[in-house]
Design a protein around this ligand. Structure first.
Ligand code: ADP
Ligand code: MG
Length: 260
């Protein structure tokens, strides 16, 4: 269980995330929605400790994440995989090596030796990477360079890489914002699959309300750093959207889309 309490982040005079409290049971798929600047990315980045909180607490299974240092912090980051809008693959390397990079989280200074990297992994790790790729329907692309893949394929490689970390939690920050509808569906289906089949908790920032409604067990809507709504998709009616944002859903969607 992930317990967030009074979580706050200020940047100078600006409060990006403002006293957010959320209790997320293991295995839940949570969609975080809100306009650009609402604090969605900062919230996810604090959970992974890429951004340090100004105040508040984050506990995972009773352990205070904000207090972790050194190896314990690196271990947490391994258990808590991030997926980004821009995939963040090493473009000149093949797909399999990119996936194996997911095993390296705890090893320091690996970038300089990337060329001969594949040989450093055990047969088990390579088999595990191939299985992850197969599951994401990318086994045929394993030896292709990352830069030959479509955006949707690259994001699936990023998910396979995340799976190599054997995470408890996946934090996906606008994972489909750069993708067309068909690829968006493939990537969201993949996230749902790891959530449902592996029981991995998924927190996903989304700008499409409909996508959040379709895929998520729970929707958290943020505005100006605060949680304005937290409930099941059925509760997030068009009237509710208007109440929260003071605009119609269509207008909200337009504003959210401009951000990307
Ligand atoms: N590194 C930073 N330095 C200064 N301000 C930041 C930084 N990161 C985010 N912010 C500000 O915090 C607010 C929330 O940003 P963000 O979390 O990126 O929102 P979202 O992901 O919902 O678009 C915005 O006003 C943004 O400008
Ligand atoms: Mg963002």
């Amino acid at each position: 269980m992930l317990e967030i309490e009074g979580l706050t982040r200020r940047f100078g005079g600006k409060t990006a995330v403002d006293r957010v409290s959320l209790t997320i049971p293991s295995g839940q798929m949570v969609g975080v929605i809100g306009r650009s600047g609402a604090g969605k990315s900062t919230l996810l980045r604090m959970i992974n400790r890429l951004t340090e909180p100004s105040e508040g607490s984050i506990r995972y299974d009773g352990v205070e994440v904000t207090a972790l240092r050194g190896k314990a912090l690196r271990d947490w980051r391994t258990r808590c995989a991030m997926i980004f809008q821009q995939f963040n693959l090493v473009q000149r390397l093949d797909v399999l090596t990119n996936v194996l990079v997911g095993r390296l989280n705890h090893r320091a200074g690996f970038m300089g030796t990337m060329g001969s990297l594949v040989k450093r992994f055990s047969a088990e790790e390579r088999a595990m990477a191939l299985m992850a790729l197969d599951r994401l329907d990318l086994a045929d692309q394993a030896l292709q360079r990352a830069d030959t893949l479509s955006g949707g394929q690259q994001q699936r490689v990023a998910i396979a890489r995340a799976m190599m970390q054997e995470p408890k939690v996946i934090l996906a920050d606008e994972p489909i914002a750069s993708l067309d509808p068909r690829n968006s569906k493939v990537v969201m289906d993949a996230l749902r699959d790891v959530n449902k089949r592996d029981g991995i908790t998924v927190l996903v920032n989304l700008h499409h309300l409909d996508t959040a409604r379709e895929y998520c067990d729970r929707i958290v809507a943020m505005q100006a750093g605060r949680v304005m709504f937290d409930g099941v998709p059925e509760e997030l009616t068009a009237e509710k959207v208007r109440e929260i944002y003071g605009v119609s859903e269509a207008e909200f969607q337009e504003a959210a889309q401009e951000a990307v």
